[in-house]
Design a protein around this ligand. Structure first.
Ligand code: ATP
Ligand code: MG
Length: 566
């Protein structure tokens, strides 16, 4: 009953439509944390009850398409029944107990969502991973996570089998496949006979729920621990204020199942709000399929990475599509260039509401529906966190001063912040400074309380005493018609120490132009459009930028090469 009250009070009475003023939202906001909390029982099963009582619109809870006519639509009740069967398989056939860790490597297939819920119901700790892993990646993850069970498909099963003997904790393997495989339990087969009679475990709010790998943009991915209340309750902030979701909405988030972003926007945030989770099984990012799906299905809220929006606005066919149902677009994961936001608005009439967060957190800052958007800004702090700009000693800096973006953790560590990096106390300790958690990102706050991202702390360029963030230079570069995208990093210079270097991918029409001429033109363009000291003294044209699987630019790779070879 405690959690029901929290649920009712905190999730449903303040509907996004009531939100009109940032200050009052912050003031009214209160997250009650019950002693026991389990998202499957306290949120999903409550929606099932609402559905049965006719108090929820007929919108499905889960809507999946494969792009070839295959389609799945489940109500909350069906989701409940199927995930209970799955939960019984985890405890019986796989022999798992509460607290055991389960690695799930599956593409965007319905079973991935069922696995998420089944882990909640059994109190097993979910560790999602991307399907683009190699044998070596799998071995590293199985060993470092000490997972007892792995769930994957026939594509990755051989890689798992090749390394399984080196993973002493691994004792069960579950395959999602039409055909049997030696040494593996077969999920599809067992689902036919499994009972859907299952009692959800009673989890403490601060019990470990899942472990997420960071994106690995700046190095090896880190394992980030989250409790049941962290995402299960904390992500209500995303769902309500940033995504603006209600039970009438259909939310499509395109991120890979391997990242926390998928838990954010394809599991917890929409379902907290009773909205429909829409999924398109897309093995690769194809702009045309995305445009088609957005125009064909009644998707109301769309979330994709900045790179994806960049590709969508650069697609010649974009103009041919009308998105009849779409009403709200969001992005996160990287800064989005104002130029891209403007082109998207020209095409769709919709703004892109940028959010800022990490695998370690729920939304840290966001442009909330109803708030004035300042192009290029990440918006204002989420009501979950006290966000400040700090100096090296952990003192709060005044508006206009650039520093480290931090979240207050004293006297209480807020809900929605990770517990620790698993098995890495040194790394965990390094994120604390005074009363704050240090995000590792640099930024500043303006006089109106809007936050502006400058750069990852590691990406800052120090040139002749100036501190330069790559993003501002990249945003000026993309305004030049020749530039499709770019990455700006530091490069060694005998006099200045470091100078700005731009790696540029050209638009197809410009590939045959004279490179020296183009370089000069682009440099002049940057000098005119941003403070001249930021212009790239070095320019290199390349075919493509190194990126993570989720499409983030790996500046550290380019930077490392610069400093090794020059
Ligand atoms: P790793 O920590 O392994 O290097 P990562 O930091 O990219 O990878 P994530 O947790 O997925 O892993 O990403 C969080 C980071 O993404 C933030 O710390 C920030 O640098 C960047 N980021 C997220 N949203 C935004 C945004 N709106 N604007 C600018 N940067 C953003
Ligand atoms: Mg990070």
């Amino acid at each position: 009953p405690g959690s029901m009250r929290a649920l009712h009070k905190d999730y449903r009475t303040v509907t996004p439509q009531n939100f009109s003023n940032y200050e009052s939202m912050k003031q009214d906001f209160k997250l009650e944390i019950p002693e026991y909390f389990n998202f499957a029982k306290d949120v999903l099963d409550q929606w099932t009850n609402m559905e049965k009582a006719g108090k929820r619109p007929s919108n499905p809870a889960f809507w999946w398409i494969n792009g070839n006519g295959g389609e799945v639509r489940w109500s909350f009740e069906e989701l409940g029944s199927l995930s209970k069967k799955f939960a019984n398989i985890l405890t019986e056939a796989c022999g798992l107990q509460r607290g055991d860790r389960v690695i799930v490597l599956l593409p965007r297939i319905p079973e991935w969502w069922l696995a998420n819920i089944a882990c909640l119901r059994t109190g097993t700790v979910l560790i999602p991973g991307t399907t683009q892993m190699t044998q070596k990646d799998i071995l590293y993850r199985l060993q470092s996570s000490k997972a007892k069970c792995i769930i994957t498909n026939e594509v990755l099963a051989p890689a798992v089998d090749a390394v399984a003997s080196k993973c002493e904790n691994l004792h069960s393997k579950l395959i999602v496949s039409q055909s049997p495989r030696e040494g593996w339990e077969n999920l599809k087969e067992m689902m036919k006979h499994a009972s859907d009679n299952h009692t959800c475990v009673k989890t403490k709010h601060n019990e470990m729920m899942a472990i997420f790998f960071t994106s690995g943009t700046s190095g090896y991915p880190k394992m980030t621990g989250h409790t049941h209340s962290s995402f299960g309750l904390g992500l209500s902030i995303n769902g309500r204020f940033w995504l603006d979701l209600t039970p009438l909405d259909v939310m499509w988030n395109t991120s890979d199942t391997g990242w926390a972003k998928s838990a954010w926007s394809s599991v917890y945030s929409p379902w907290i709000q009773g909205a429909c989770v829409f999924v398109h099984y897309l093995p690769r990012f194809e702009p045309t399929s995305i445009l088609q799906t957005l125009s064909k299905f009644p998707i109301t809220v769309f979330c994709s990475a900045p790179t994806a929006y960049r590709m969508l606005v650069q697609n010649d066919k974009a103009r041919n599509y009308k998105f009849k149902s779409l009403k709200h677009c969001v992005t996160a994961g990287e800064p989005i260039n104002p130029e891209v936001t403007e082109q998207w608005r020209n095409r769709t009439g919709l703004d892109i509401y940028e959010g800022y967060g990490q695998t370690e957190t729920v939304l840290i800052c966001g442009n909330f529906k109803g708030m004035k958007i300042k192009p290029g800004s990440m918006g204002k702090p989420s009501p979950a966190f006290d966000v400040k700009i700090l100096d090296v000693n952990g003192n709060v800096l005044p508006p206009g001063k650039e520093g480290d973006i931090g979240i207050r953790v004293q006297p209480n560590r807020p809900v929605g912040l990770f517990t620790h990096y698993i098995d890495n106390p040194t790394k965990t300790a390094s994120t604390l400074r005074g009363s704050f958690y240090i995000t590792g990102d640099r930024g500043y706050m303006d006089e109106d309380g809007y936050f502006w991202f400058v750069s990852r702390a590691d990406d800052i360029i120090l040139s002749s005493g100036y501190r330069i963030g790559p993003f501002e230079v990249e945003s000026a570069l993309i305004e030049h018609p020749a530039v499709a995208e770019s990455a700006v990093v530091s490069s060694p210079d005998p006099i200045r120490g470091e100078v700005v270097k731009a790696f540029i991918v050209l638009n197809p029409d410009y590939k045959s132009h004279d490179k020296e001429q183009l370089k000069k033109e682009i440099q002049e363009h940057v000098k005119r459009n941003t403070a001249p000291y930021k212009y790239p003294r070095k320019v290199e044209f390349i075919q493509e930028l190194p990126k993570t699987i989720s499409g983030k630019i790996k500046r550290n790779e380019l930077r490392k090469k610069e400093w090794e070879t020059t």
